[in-house]
Design a binder for this molecule. Structure first.
Ligand SMILES: C[S@@+](CC[C@H](N)C(=O)[O-])C[C@H]1O[C@@H](n2cnc3c(N)ncnc32)[C@H](O)[C@@H]1O
Length: 442
């Protein structure tokens, strides 16, 4: 498969293609962003990376590449609900419209096209134009709205996807005019961390056996003592012991798998108000792997520089705060690391239930408080005891399912890494879609 990767960024599509197991060659990747290109080159030194605008492509240049597949994530700002939604009028859409204008003029039109964008794109005139162009070029297509949560990955990132296949090729499933919110052959594509040959993550503390993380109704009585008779002193001690075992990997098997449940139930009872609702919360995904599996294995002081400053703690009310046993983080956007509201979850290093309870109560008290100057030093003490920190770029790459072999150049700032990662995509979800796209009917 000869593949053209457009709007290649840091190469999320390239990683997904590799993960899909389909024999391929990325004949060219194109992007204008210098930082993203630096990261791309670092990871794919053998791929031809064109540092130019997509509007400079011509039908002749595309024909010469003899490509079978185009993978692309066009800029999403013209379609985001928080933006101005200028759609086709936004200058940032013009390169995509240019590309669409080239497709009907190609002698070697690709057989497969995959497009990724934000929720909101599906309602745009640009999307209408995409569908119209695909029909004109004899493509069958299927649209999806999917979140990694559906693949047992504890990260919310609801995105629009379109896969297209040119006649006479046919999809292996019956297409629908509706935007599907599931994969037709989903059961075969469940996410198993660490299973791929390259290893999905740089680190994993425990093997994730999600089957043991479910507390069925009939099992609930087993956990009653931790959830209902909450003797804080005792449960704190138990907590700390559990956490130590988990973090040092001394407790495996059943006890390690059960530990997050105890903690989750305790902490959820006390800290439910510390989390934000996201648009894919309407469904519940009990089989997600815990956040624990996505953390970096480093000595505690490694994370000191990721701790929130006093000024950042002031944004406590709008944060989504998570800890190892939870099974959901919010979407990490390009604003992560310098903007708090809706930019991605914050990690709580303290596993002390008493600290959590105090902070949760503080949040209840201060919900209505407009003037942060009214916060006392004691309030900040309560918050700093939680030891809140940002997820590291590597941890975000883990949530996005980049392989452990994926690496960042050392001369880029943390903010540059957050920005480019936030623009990227979930590798596992796209890999599943690529596999579905190329699969032939039986
Ligand atoms: C949503 S991001 C794609 C991210 C990518 N899929 C990844 O895994 O990192 C959009 C990318 O399009 C690039 N871009 C925007 N306009 C462009 C243009 N006219 N020509 C080439 N690249 C462009 C941006 O620099 C950005 O990296």
């Amino acid at each position: 498969m000869k593949v053209l990767e457009l709007y290649s960024g840091i190469g999320g599509m390239h990683c997904a293609l590799k993960d899909s197991g389909i024999p391929h060659k990325v004949v060219a990747a194109i992007d204008v962003n210098t930082t993203a290109n630096k990261i791309y080159k670092h990871n794919f030194p053998g791929t031809k990376l064109m540092d130019c605008g997509i509007e400079s492509l011509t039908a002749r240049k595309l024909d010469e590449m003899k490509i079978n597949m185009i993978l692309m994530s066009p800029p999403c700002q013209p379609f985001t609900r928080v933006g101005k939604k200028l759609d086709a009028e936004d200058i940032r859409t013009s390169s995509f419209l240019h590309l669409l204008s080239l497709l009907p003029r190609l002698n070697n039109c690709p057989k497969y096209i995959l497009v990724e964008n934000v929720k909101g794109f599906e309602e745009s005139d640009t999307c209408l134009k995409l569908r119209e162009t695909l029909r004109e070029c004899n493509f069958a297509y299927q649209e999806f709205m999917l979140s990694p949560l559906q693949f047992d990955i504890p990260n919310s990132r609801l995105r629009y996807y379109l896969i297209a296949k040119r006649a006479p090729l046919k999809f292996s499933f019956e297409t629908s005019a509706e935007i599907l919110t599931f994969l037709p052959e989903e059961n075969h594509l469940k996410y198993v961390p660490g299973k791929s040959e390259e290893g999905q993550f740089s680190t994993m503390y425990i093997a994730c056996d999600t089957s043991q993380n479910n507390v069925s109704d009939k099992d609930e009585s087993k956990y009653e003592c931790t959830t209902k008779n909450t003797d804080l002193e005792q449960s704190n001690k138990a907590e700390e012991k559990h956490t130590k075992n988990l973090l040092h990997g001394t407790s495996q098997g059943n006890s390690a798998a059960k530990c997050p449940i105890c903690r989750e139930q305790c902490l959820q009872t006390m800290g439910h108000n510390m989390r934000q609702i996201t648009e894919d919360d309407s469904d519940h995904y009990p089989n997600c792997c815990p956040v624990l599996n996505f953390l970096e294995d480093k000595p505690p002081d490694f994370f000191d520089s990721f701790l929130l400053t006093k000024k950042e703690l002031k944004r406590f009310l709008v944060m989504d705060i998570v800890f190892p046993c939870l099974k959901k983080t919010t979407c990490f956007t390009k604003r992560y690391g310098h903007f708090m509201e809706g930019a991605g979850s914050i990690f709580q290093m303290s596993q002390n239930i008493y600290n959590m309870k105090e902070a949760s109560e503080l949040k209840d008290r201060t919900q209505e408080l407009k003037n942060r100057a009214d916060w006392t030093d004691e309030d900040y003490e309560v918050l700093s005891r939680l030891r809140l920190r940002y997820f590291t770029p590597r941890e975000i790459a883990n949530f996005l399912c980049f392989p452990s072999t994926y690496d960042f150049p050392t001369d880029l700032s943390r903010i540059q890494l957050y920005r480019t990662l936030g623009n990227s995509l979930n590798v596992h979800v796209v890999s599943a879609l690529i596999q579905l796209m190329v699969k032939n009917p039986e």
